[in-house]
Design a protein around this ligand. Structure first.
Ligand SMILES: [Zn+2]
Length: 301
């Protein structure tokens, strides 16, 4: 009863909250990304996401991120998996103890939800961020809100109100059993609006093995209303999923019954923003690649 009551309230909040406002936007046609700005002015802002991550300048202040409550299932919250018509999302309650801090963040950020973006089979595209000019087949976003705000609704449009971890997914030959609890539960939510309370699992299982190397920049939500409130962290090392696991994402449907895929916003302009990196080398790789290209071009003449 307690659960039913709080869930009903949660659903009501989703309906009136701007973060899930309506299905008036989509990823294609006349409600696709280029039209979002007509209904959501901030989507035309100058600090939008996603971007191509390239040439990150080393910032020694970007030390290791501290992950709290990430190493085991959190018994203080339920894990509610939802097909919200745009993605597969796992939401947590504010009673969760899962949070991140350090790593150049200016406070502690509590976990709110995570979700995925992915492409169509065989395209090799599907991530929102690019790295060195190339996409990955999929990307996970773990969304956190700053714990100095009363709740996520208060934080969502505030400067640095949110901190999101981006994880690139690549396709490998082996099943990634750390992702199995999430991937296997997707069969319960094929259609838009469906929910499923899944078993808890360690959120840290979603992270790459090396979390010390990451890019950092200021951006926003990649979906309407596109608030520019996010401290973005995107890990350099991708996580590998099997083809079968990738395909499981494409068993979901959009509201119109078509296959949920290519739920990605196109790249946005950097507009002079800094991209920094937690390790010394991200920049050098880009520079040496440019040098090699230059030498090659000269060689042609
Ligand atoms: Zn996202």
């Amino acid at each position: 009863m307690e659960f039913v009551h709080s869930f009903g309230f949660f659903t009501l909040l989703s309906l009136i909250s701007p973060i899930d406002a309506s299905d008036s936007w989509s990823y294609s046609g006349n409600t696709g990304p280029s039209y979002w700005v007509n209904s959501y002015a901030t989507c035309g802002g100058s600090s939008q996401t996603p971007i191509n991550l390239e040439g990150g300048e080393y910032d020694p202040n970007l030390g290791n991120i501290t992950f709290t409550g990430y190493s085991a299932a959190d018994s203080g919250t339920t894990y509610i998996l939802e097909n919200n018509g745009h993605t597969a999302k796992v939401g947590f309650q504010s009673s969760t103890s899962m949070s991140i801090s350090d790593g150049g963040l200016s406070g502690t950020y509590k976990v709110l939800q995570f979700h995925a973006h992915w492409g169509r089979n065989g395209s090799g595209e599907g991530s929102e961020h690019y790295k060195d000019g190339k996409p990955y087949p999929a990307e996970i976003h773990i969304v956190h809100y700053r714990n100095s705000y009363a709740d996520s609704t208060a934080a969502v449009d505030q400067p640095e109100g949110l901190a999101v971890l981006g994880i690139f997914l690549e396709q490998g030959s082996v099943e990634n059993t750390k992702y199995s609890p999430f991937i296997n539960a997707l069969s319960n939510i094929p259609d838009s609006g469906q929910n499923f309370t899944m078993s808890g699992f360690a959120l840290g299982d979603l992270l790459p093995s090396d979390t010390s190397k990451y890019f950092r920049y200021s951006g926003g939500l990649t979906t309407p209303p596109c608030y520019e409130s996010i401290v973005w962290t995107v890990f350099n090392e991708p996580v590998s999923l099997s083809m079968t696991q990738m395909d499981a994402l494409r068993t979901l449907n959009y509201e119109d019954g078509s296959t949920m895929q290519d739920n990605t916003r196109p790249l946005q302009n950097l507009n002079g923003r800094d991209i920094t990196a937690s390790w010394d080398g991200a920049h050098h790789v880009a520079v040496s690649f440019a040098l090699i290209l230059l030498v090659f071009v000269f060689h042609l003449f």
